[in-house]
Ligand binder design. Structure first.
Ligand code: ADP
Ligand code: MG
Length: 225
């Protein structure tokens, strides 16, 4: 019980932080990176080079955090609207395809037009974070299956990868803020966003995973009434 309470307090803090970050943070970050890169190219001193490299690494980390939260962030508050899951998923696939190609991941798609109610940017962020994890779990290639189905009570989205899989302990910790197995490259915030968005849409998530075989997400979202 105690750990549950701690966990929800952590969630509260993180989501407040996220809400106060504007997507405009990206522009100054890109500028800063550009100038640091310039300094790096002209620098001879070992010590200074090390400092610049550290600064660039930290900026890259900040960029990852922004990506996990704010890829689709809109300046204004969005309203709930009727979304076609197929259309939304296709937009996200277009964005993630270069990463998939880099990892030799091929898509196996079976997308049907099913309608749900939600905020476009949040739903896209949720899908992006799931697909990004799936692709990152297959650094040596594999298959990423995305199926959208209609059930009597709503939509079913299945996302399966043939990647590294997870231990039971890792599955249990999914969605815990800052839980990552990717060291410096991970934020451990992507799944927290996924769970929050699905919860806000009154949906459910089921995860099954086998180490070395792959991972299977089933997301159920209520139908539009
Ligand atoms: P990050 O991707 O930055 O590590 P996430 O919250 O997105 O943070 O994911 C947390 C952890 O959950 C990952 O580090 C990874 O260990 C595990 N994970 C999530 N999705 C998958 C997946 N499809 N296959 C294997 N492991 C996964
Ligand atoms: Mg992630």
């Amino acid at each position: 019980l105690r750990s549950k309470i701690l966990r929800s307090e952590k969630l509260e803090v993180v989501s407040h932080l996220a809400a106060s970050i504007s997507h405009e943070i990206r522009n100054p970050m890109t500028t800063t990176k550009g100038f640091l890169q310039l300094l790096k190219d002209g620098e001879k001193d070992e010590k200074n080079l090390e400092y610049i490299k550290l600064a660039l690494d930290e900026l890259n980390r900040a960029e990852e955090i922004v990506r996990d939260y704010l890829t689709f962030a809109k300046p204004a508050n969005e309203k709930l609207e009727i979304l076609d899951i197929k259309e939304q998923v296709e937009k996200v696939i277009a964005i993630i395809r270069p990463l998939a190609n880099m990892n030799s991941v091929r898509f196996d798609l079976c997308l049907r037009s099913v309608h749900i109610k939600g905020e476009q940017s949040l739903f896209q962020q949720c899908m992006l974070n799931l697909l990004k994890n799936a692709i990152e779990a297959m650094p040596n290639g594999g298959k990423l299956e995305i199926h959208i189905d209609a059930a009597p009570d709503g939509a079913i989205i299945k996302i399966s990868d043939s990647g590294c899989g997870m231990t039971d302990e890792q599955v249990r910790r999914l969605g815990e803020p800052y839980f990552t197995t990717k060291d410096q490259k991970g934020t451990g915030l992507g799944m927290m966003v996924v769970f929050r968005v699905v919860e806000a849409m009154k949906g459910r998530i089921k995860v099954t995973s086998e180490l070395g075989k792959g991972t299977h997400f089933i997301i159920r979202l209520p139908r539009v009434v």
